[in-house]
Design a protein around this ligand. Structure first.
Ligand code: GAL
Length: 733
């Protein structure tokens, strides 16, 4: 026997509501066929009622067991079901789970009949159950219901591996080591545990140990390893195979690991003993229309966007463990992660706290092998001090994973520091004062401690992507000031702003439309001005983003200055109304600590009543032109552009990509106050997610398409009533 793992994504049937008969009745009349990840209800992006998707629902699926799985122990692994689930196999309850962000496994071995009719029924409760974090009081985000992550069938021999934890050793030495601990089940006499480390197809090291019968854990050490460290610009990953041999049976687990040391200190954050100023944003896992239910590619695209478009080096998975795919991608591309347990301000009763500790344990056990994760959040975000509860969560996290430090996100000054890192949401900057508070004033301690800002900006200055220029500029300036303040103080490990993307929320928050417009990007991951603040802070690619729409009268009193240019260029030449204004350099006097301060033009001639013409900005590095932006004074629609984030999609279980549509002027800038309706159409093996008829929002919009399973060519077409049209073609293989 050996381990067999089969995804259970397709061939599910779904219906809102759950009646007792559903558990034992394989019939699916009145159900719709669905493919996971699945949301119980596609929701509008705004002005919805959260009651509309809350309630019980039923998912059913036949199992089609294979003869070769017989004599195995059979488990169904759920990656995430919001908010609670009861799993029935052939009418008998096989397991239950509470908590929408943590995985769970249900063993069905004893319930199977092997007669071809075996089936699962899952009762999903997507209500905001007060017995389950984050619920119990108000929450500033919406937890969309459903079996919204993947499900897998796992058949294992009686002797099998339950989990593996790796710990890199001697990371700074030329030859490194990897310690691993395997949790085991059903080990008979004569069993052996073996481990090998691989770099692609090359085996680097191997070791093994004989096991005593009944052994529940075993430790192995792979030594003398010639491996690269996991670095942000070279996130080297290796494959570990752990094999349990028992008689003729083998059970093998394969995972990825990396070699790095991460340390928060009173003098900042160090990765592999190099000081790194952390510059990040918070991410919610929510998408328009689909809620939480998006497959691997969307998760990958989010991580890519944070690292490659916004050039962040850290993301906080606010306020819960996020998709394993998202974390896998962070490992692959070198994006650090601060992951925290589910919760928001409210601490419930003793049973609720038990549940919270279970969530914490499940998160750490699921994710301890990700090199990207550098900190465990062990406090309910922004809750009050609670000595006993947080002493317990800290002890639990340290016992499970002594290699990582703990943080606990608070907004409190002088809060009791039970964690290793004082993680603080510092919303003190109001546009006129210092970017951040002094760490010692916040902690109330007379010594420096590891210190990380985990939120800033956010609700202090909500900004819509289609707001006017002044507001967008002010949002960007606030992010700039906070980043500068974080960069100035070596005691501050860095700052993680609120937040990456606008998100859906409850009536108690946001703009009344169930949206918090706190992102540097909107819900569709389209940039506001503030995105350029982050983009411009590294040298990866030339960035030249004037924070202007180049209009005569959008700002009050026809001002066009200050004209702030987020850039990593050394000099920027500015040509206005045909007149060369000369070259300008970054404003180091106002932003002394930023790697790349903005260039700021404080005076440009001309005003209301003067002739208004175009502008041109040219960025130079090492004296050479590396970037150029032009603006017309008379924008009109010049082209409808369509661009997909992926070049091709997969057939089979549903796949997806984001597609961006822009109505641009002759200089390639979206028309910022255009709200033209557009018709989105998909031809071939795919569908538009959400309505086909939309309005551009400020000259642009993004949407996702989903595949329907078959192979072919997916063509997505966008039309405007004025007859403009654009199309993209995606092979689906
Ligand atoms: C914080 C909270 C976040 C979000 C943010 C808005 O207090 O932790 O979840 O609500 O405010 O700025």
């Amino acid at each position: 026997m050996k381990r067999i793992v089969t995804p259970l994504l397709e061939h599910w049937y779904f219906r809102p509501g759950f009646v007792p008969r559903d558990a034992a009745d394989p019939a699916t009349e009145g159900f719709v066929p669905v493919c996971l990840p699945h949301t119980v209800r596609e929701m509008p992006c705004s002005y919805f009622s959260v009651q509309d998707f809350q309630g019980l629902s039923c998912y059913k699926r036949r199992l089609n067991l294979k003869e070769e799985w017989k004599n195995h122990r059979i488990f169904v692994d759920f990656d995430g079901v919001m908010t609670a689930a009861r799993v029935f196999c052939n009418g008998r309850e096989a397991g239950t789970h509470k908590g929408g962000f943590t995985p769970f496994s249900v063993e069905i071995t004893d319930f199977l009949r092997w007669d071809g009719g075996d089936f699962l029924a899952v009762e999903v409760d997507s209500t905001e159950r007060p017995d389950t974090p984050p619920f119990g009081y108000v929450v500033d985000y919406v937890c969309f219901g459903g079996i919204y992550r993947e499900v897998t069938l796992r058949a294992v021999p009686p002797a099998h591996i339950r989990n593996v934890k790796t710990e890199a050793r001697d990371v700074m030495a030329p030859r490194k080591a990897l310690a691993l601990r395997a949790d085991l089940q059903g080990v008979p006499a004569g069993a052996v545990l073996a481990a090998s480390l691989w770099d692609g197809d090359t085996r680097l090291a191997v070791c093994e140990t004989a096991l005593a019968p009944g052994a529940q854990t075993a430790e192995l050490l792979l030594q003398d390893l010639d491996v690269r460290r996991w670095e942000l610009d070279d996130p080297a990953l290796y494959t570990l195979r752990v094999t349990l041999h028992s008689g003729a049976d083998t059970d093998e687990v394969c995972l990825r690991t990396g070699f790095r040391i991460a340390r928060f200190t009173p003098r900042g954050f160090f990765l592999n003993e190099k000081s790194i100023k952390l510059r990040g944003l918070n991410r919610h896992q929510q998408y328009p229309y689909q809620g939480y239910a998006m497959p691997w590619r969307a998760q990958y695209q989010d991580a890519d966007l944070l690292k490659r478009e916004l050039h962040l080096n850290i993301v906080r998975t606010s306020h819960y463990p996020q998709s394993p795919h998202f974390l896998d991608r962070c490992d692959e591309i070198g994006l650090l992660v601060f992951e925290e347990l589910p919760g928001w301000q409210h601490i419930g009763d003793a049973a609720w706290q038990e549940q919270s500790c279970r969530d914490l344990e499940a998160m750490i056990r699921r994710d301890w092998n990700h090199p990207s994760i550098v900190l465990w959040g062990v406090r309910i975000n922004e809750s009050l001090d609670d000595h006993d509860f947080y002493a317990r969560t800290n002890t639990l996290a340290r016992a499970l994973d002594p290699t990582r430090q703990t943080g606990g996100v608070r907004y409190l000054e002088h809060s009791e520091l039970l964690e290793d890192v004082y993680t603080i949401n510092d919303f003190s900057h109001d546009g006129t004062n210092a970017g951040l508070r002094d760490p010692r004033a916040v902690t109330g301690l007379t010594r420096d401690v590891p210190y990380l800002v985990t939120e800033h900006s956010g609700h202090i200055y909500p900004t819509k992507r289609f707001d006017n220029e002044e507001r967008l500029l002010e949002q960007a300036l606030r992010h700039l000031r906070v980043l500068d303040a974080a960069a100035a103080d070596p005691r501050i490990s860095g700052a993680i702003g609120w937040c990456a993307f606008d998100y859906n929320t409850h009536k108690d928050f946001g703009s009344g439309d169930k949206v918090c417009y706190h992102g540097v990007m909107d819900m569709f991951r389209l940039p506001k001005f503030a995105a350029a603040v982050y983009r411009s802070q590294t040298e990866e690619e030339p960035v030249l983003e004037p924070l202007t729409r180049w209009t005569r009268g959008d700002r009050c009193a026809a001002q066009i200055t200050p004209l702030v240019i987020c850039t990593n260029c050394e000099e920027v030449r500015v040509i206005v109304n045909g007149v060369d204004q000369g070259k300008f350099t970054p404003d180091r006097s106002n932003y002394p600590s930023l790697a790349h301060p903005p260039v700021i033009l404080r005076q440009l001639s001309g005003g209301w009543g003067d002739d208004w013409n175009g502008a041109e900005f040219i960025g130079y590095r090492g004296g050479k032109e590396v970037a150029r932006q032009r603006y017309t004074a008379d924008p009109t629609p010049a082209a409808l552009e369509l661009q997909a984030d992926a070049a091709a999609l997969n057939a089979g279980p549903w796949d997806t990509t984001r597609i961006v549509c822009r109505l641009v002027d002759s200089c390639g800038h979206p028309l910022p106050y255009d709200f033209t309706p557009v018709q989105l159409t998909a031809e071939g093996p795919g569908q538009i997610i959400g309505p086909g008829l939309r309005s551009l929002l400020g000259g642009e919009i993004a949407f996702w398409v989903r595949t329907t399973g078959e192979e072919g060519v997916l063509r997505v077409i966008v039309n405007t009533p004025e007859g403009l049209t654009a199309a993209v073609t995606l092979p689906v293989k």
